[in-house]
Design a protein around this ligand. Sequence first.
Ligand code: GLY
Length: 408
Amino acid sequence: MKKIVLGLSLLALCACSAKTDTKFVDKALNYCSAQTNRTLAELKGVSGIDYTMMPRNILRDCTKWNCRKATKEEWTSGFWSGVLWYDYEFTRDPKIKYEAEQFTNSLAFLSHTPAYDHDLGFLVFTSYGNGYRLTRNIAYKKIILNMADTLATLFNPKVGTILSWPREVKAKGWPHNTIIDNMINLEMLFWAAKNGGNKRLYDIAVSHADHTMKYQFKPDYSCYHVALYDTVSGKFIKGITHQGYSDKSMWARGQGWAIYGFTVCYRETGNKKYLDFAQKLADAYLKRLPKDKIPYWDFDVPGIPNVPRDASAAAVVASSLLEMSTYLNNPKGTEYKEDAVAMLQILSSPVYQSGNRNPAFLLHSVGHWPNNSEIDASIIYADYYYIEALLRLKKLNEGHKLFKNYSI
Ligand code: GLY
C-alpha cells in the first residue's frame, strides 16, 4: 500500500512538473511567434521585404535588426529561415510558411557555388533542412544533397577532418584548420548519406568526429576552438583559440557546439562512444556554470562575475541536453533534462527575453569578444537554438519522439 501511495504521489509530481513545463513552453513559443511577426513587420517596412537580407543581430541598447546579405561568406544566413520554419512548425500558420519559403529560396545560389568554408551545414540544414523536414519539398532535398557533396570537397583524407577555413591557411598561416563549430555541419553529411547521397559522406562525418575527439580536447574535456594539422603529413600540430579568451580557456559556445555535435553523432551512428564523450563534455560545462545556468561568454575570462553572459551558448546546450536526455534511461538523463529545463526557464524570463526592448527573442549573447563584435547583443543563432529547444521540450512533454523524421 505504502508503495502504491508513493508511486501515485511520484506520478502526481511528474504530471504536475510536466504540466508546469508545458505551460511555460507554450507561453515562450507564443512569445517567439509574436516576436517573429514583429521582425517580419520591421523587415517589410514601407518598401516590402528584401528576402536576400537576413537578420543577424541587434546590438546592445539598439532596437532594430542589422541584416546581412545572404552570401557564401555570411555564415548566419540560414538561421532566420530556420526560425521561421520552427515557428511554422508550432503555429502551422501558412503566412509564416510562405515567408520561410521566400527566405530559404534566397540561399539556393549556394547549391551551385564552390565551398567557401565549412559553414554549409549551418547555412543549409537550418533552412533547407528544416524546410524539407516539414514539407518534403523534393527541390529542397536536392539542394541539401548538393550541399553535402560541396562540404565534402573540404575533407582532407590525410588529416581525416574537414578544412574549416580555407581562407585562413594563407591569411593566418594556419595549415589544415578545423574548428569545433564544424561538428554542427556533420548532421547534414549523415543525413545525406542516409537519404540518397553518397555513402562516403557518412564515413567522412565519422572520421571528422573521431579525429576531433582525439585531438581537439584538453584533459578537462574543454575544447580548443581550432585544431591545426599538417596538410601534407596529416599530423596534429596544436590546439588554439580564435573566439575564446585563451588557448587554455573554455569558450562557452565552442563547448556548446561540441556537446551538440557529439550528441548528433550518437544519434546518427548509434556508437555509444559518442554519447559517453558528449556526456563528459556536458559535465565539464555544467559543473562550471554559475547558479542561473547561463554561462559567462568564456568560463576562464578574468573579471567574472562582471563579464557578459552568452545566451546563445545556453540555448545550444539546452537543446542538445534535451536530445541527450532521451538516450539515457537513467538518473543522469533526468538530470540533463532538468538542467535544460532550468536553462530554458531562465532564458524565458524578463532578464533574457527581449520583450518590448527589441523584436529578437533573446538578449545577452556574445558573438566574437576578441574582435569586440556583438558584445551583449541579440544574435539570430541564439534565437534559433532557443526556439529549437522549446519545441524539443514541448514534444518531450507531449510524449513524442524528437527525431522520428530523420533519425537512425
Ligand atoms: N561559428 C562561429 C561562432 O560560433 O561564433
